[in-house]
Design a protein around this ligand. Structure first.
Ligand code: ASP
Length: 350
């Protein structure tokens, strides 16, 4: 479907958190520093040509997204909750480094979304002639405002809009630090692509159960989660520290291929021990694409028998956000495990 943005005047809230998109060169410091958000609007006069009301909200302090903390996600969710009735869509300008984590986690924090929440940013600052920031911002705003003939949002999801593609936030990964195509969703095709017009992949876009209900905003997160990336030569000490050490309630194991890990007894006995301690252990693949299947190989079967949950084709970023959300929400490890293997926001193909 092609969007028609002229039928109805929409109101969009631009939320500026920081990142390259709003940077300019400071000759005194000799480095990129954030500039006033009003200058972003001055840099992109094309936005004024849309018949939208565009308001802005600037985070204070602005942050490089390497400094993103769960408190920022809670503030973002709270801001969207407070302003939900005033706007048709939300565009979040965010650094690219942790954008996939933020978009993933926000998708779990907002249940029953009826309006677009679109993250974007850029690889080059918006003040630089070859910037990708203008195009990203313009496309993100247009998508955030797009409605169908009944006046419903075309994309009522948390997404990332970057380099002419719109991908589901909890399917996204930053895959390149140089190219304009910085994000990819390996296991799910784009929800929209911007060419001469914006073409929406309607079959993939999730719709709320009820358009007239306000979403539920879950603003509690429990971050006692760690990630263990399996690699040849990994030692029992490292595995034990991460799986059984203090301070964690859940561990994501990034396994090989279709969910495989060493079949050695020392490894499996540590996994069993962590499981007995009540820790939630989630298996996601360290491959860019594809899915975990713990029923194919003996090593996968042993992990399943040791109490490890299946992450299917989840990204690590999404698994982390989902666990932060579920650990704060569920009352038992068993409830967390059940919800982990359930498709909550389109994050797994199941
Ligand atoms: N370090 C920056 C950030 O993530 C990079 C960017 O904006 O792309 O905030």
């Amino acid at each position: 479907m092609t969007s028609n943005t002229t039928e109805r005047r929409s109101a969009i809230l631009l939320i500026y958190t920081g990142g390259t998109i709003g940077m300019k060169e400071d000759p005194q410091v000799g480095a990129l520093v954030p500039f006033d958000f009003s200058q972003i609007l001055a840099e992109v006069p094309e936005l004024a040509k849309f018949a939208y009301r565009i308001d802005s909200y600037t985070f204070d302090p602005l942050i490089d997204s390497s400094d993103v903390e769960p408190s920022i996600w809670i503030s973002l969710a709270g801001l969207i909750e407070d302003r939900y009735d005033d706007y048709d869509g939300f565009v979040i300008l965010h650094g690219t480094d942790t954008m996939a984590y933020s978009a993933s986690t926000l998708s779990f924090m907002i249940e029953g979304l009826t309006k677009p929440v679109i993250f974007t940013g850029s690889q080059l600052p918006i003040g630089i002639p070859r910037t990708d920031g203008k195009e990203n911002l313009i496309s993100a705003v247009e998508i955030a405002a797009a409605k169908d003939s009944e006046g419903h949002a075309l994309v009522p999801e948390v997404c990332i809009c970057f380099d002419n593609v719109l991908i589901r936030g909890n399917r996204s990964k930053k895959i390149n630090s140089d190219h304009f195509r910085a994000f990819r969703s390996e296991n799910l095709p784009p929800l929209a692509e911007a060419g001469i017009s914006i073409r929406y992949n309607e079959a993939l876009i999730r719709k709320p159960q009820r358009w007239d209900a306000r979403p539920v905003f879950h603003k509690e997160l429990d971050t006692r989660v760690s990630i263990l990336k399996i690699h040849p030569g990994i030692t029992p000490e490292v595995v034990r520290n991460i799986l059984c050490g203090p301070g964690t309630r859940a561990i994501i194991i990034e396994t090989y291929g279709a969910g495989n890990a060493p079949s050695k007894e020392w490894f499996l006995s540590i996994v069993r021990e962590a499981s007995r301690m009540g820790k939630v252990i989630l298996n996601v693949t360290q491959c860019m694409g594809g899915s975990v299947n713990m029923d194919i190989y003996a090593t996968g079967k042993s992990l399943k028998a040791a109490g490890v949950s299946n992450g299917y084709d989840s990204t690590t970023e999404s698994a982390l956000g989902k666990l932060f959300h579920l650990l704060a929400r569920c009352s038992s490890a068993e409830d967390v495990k059940t919800a982990l293997e359930t498709n909550l926001r389109g994050e797994i193909s199941k």
